[in-house]
Design a protein. Structure first.
Length: 379
């Protein structure tokens, strides 16, 4: 685990540690209430005081532990992540084609088309997300500056082995620790977690763009001076929308005009802290974006393992919130949990009571109402 800072919209005490509060730039004021409101649901297993770890609150303690013990890393798979090099180039990780063009390392005509001069760019940052499609859980976005090559860094979606993704994540964390003594090559990363309530408030596209903007802002700027430097990771006990980063009050921020962001997809977030561009399927084309995809994917998977402890009826550790047959059957039986996205189909067509139980079908009710109106006669 690397030394990191949690930047959040709320003040919470966990194990007597203070997690300081500040309003994140880029998060509209009207969304702070929605983003930080994980209000208790009657009957939910996390409807307890977080500081009491006895009795019924053991699931919270288990969920916290699960984030650091989520997946074992078999030695064979760790060995397979060792570097393969030829003439100083990593042979089994994605290339840095666009990155090198922006840094002026290659004569790429495309670099001249950028609004930012390649001669001024010193830091090319990769940005990606994980979790746009699931019915449950947050969407997670990550930004990273990773100037060192780590063998095996490719699109996280193409790494079907969860232990291998975990091993690569840990290699990035280890490289971060080792880079802290180098002033020129210090690795920087930030991960933004945007919860289901915020997704339902502003829609999944805007929530994804928000997370990308938040992670970039946290990576480039150091948190305010009153933030404490803590060793923390994303956790199911942290409410709302927040950022985890290895930056702290002693970190020297990146100058915006020296940075350039490579963002996966085809939508550029508004109000970015630096120039940038989108690359369709960039997580399979550019090293920096692929590294961000691994940070985002592993962070989200760990969160879903933690949520699986809190809400064991849904099998979240297996499907990570995607609408599998088993997942949908569980929702029909047990209702929706606080981390389910109520604006996603088919949940958006159902009516729920205060406990999350399904009490009606809006589509059926609408059809019934339509038939009643058509059959009405006027005397």
């Amino acid at each position: 685990m690397t030394t990191s800072t949690v930047v959040t919209t709320t003040v919470k005490h966990h194990h007597h540690h203070l997690r300081s509060s500040r309003r994140l730039r880029g998060l509209p004021a009207e969304l702070h209430a929605a983003a930080s409101d994980d209000g208790p649901v009657p009957g939910a297993r996390n409807d307890h005081d977080d500081n009491d770890m006895s009795g019924p609150n053991k699931p919270l303690k288990k969920a916290r532990r699960s984030l650091s013990k989520t997946v074992a890393k078999p030695q064979a798979e760790k060995q397979s992540a060792k570097a393969s090099w030829k003439d100083g180039v990593c042979m089994d990780c994605l290339p840095r084609t666009r990155e090198k063009a922006l840094l002026g390392a290659t004569n790429n005509d495309d670099a001249s088309s950028s609004s930012s001069s390649s001669s001024t760019v010193r830091y090319v940052l990769g940005v990606d997300e994980a979790g746009r499609g699931p019915l449950a859980g947050p969407v997670v976005a990550a930004a990273v500056w990773l100037p060192v090559d780590i063998s095996g860094i490719i699109d996280s979606k193409k790494i079907t082995s969860e232990p291998m993704r975990e091993a690569l994540y840990e290699q990035i964390m280890q490289a971060t620790l080792e880079s802290s003594s180098s002033t020129n090559q210090e690795i920087k990363w930030a991960v933004a977690i945007v919860n289901a309530q915020c997704i339902d408030k502003i829609n999944i596209l805007q929530a994804t763009l928000l997370g990308m903007r938040m992670s970039l802002q946290a990576l480039m700027s150091c948190p305010e001076a009153d933030l404490l430097n803590k060793s923390n990771e994303a956790t199911v006990t942290m409410p709302g929308t927040y950022v985890v980063t290895n930056q702290n009050k002693n970190t020297k921020p990146f100058p915006p005009d020296a940075c350039y962001a490579l963002i996966d997809g085809n939508r550029l977030p508004a109000d970015l802290p630096c120039p940038g561009e989108t690359i369709v399927k960039g997580d399979g084309r550019e090293y920096a974006i692929a590294a961000a995809s691994i940070l985002a994917k592993v962070t989200r998977d760990r969160l879903m393992h933690g949520y699986d402890v809190l809400y064991p009826a849904y099998g979240l550790a297996q499907h990570k919130g995607y609408p599998t047959a088993a997942h949908m059957a569980a929702v029909h039986t047990h209702g929706a949990s606080p981390i389910h996205r109520r604006t996603f189909a088919p949940l958006k067509h159902w009516e729920f009571d205060a406990n999350g139980k399904i009490v009606g079908d809006k589509k059926v009710a609408a059809k019934s109402s339509s038939k009643t109106k058509k059959g009405t006669t006027i005397e």
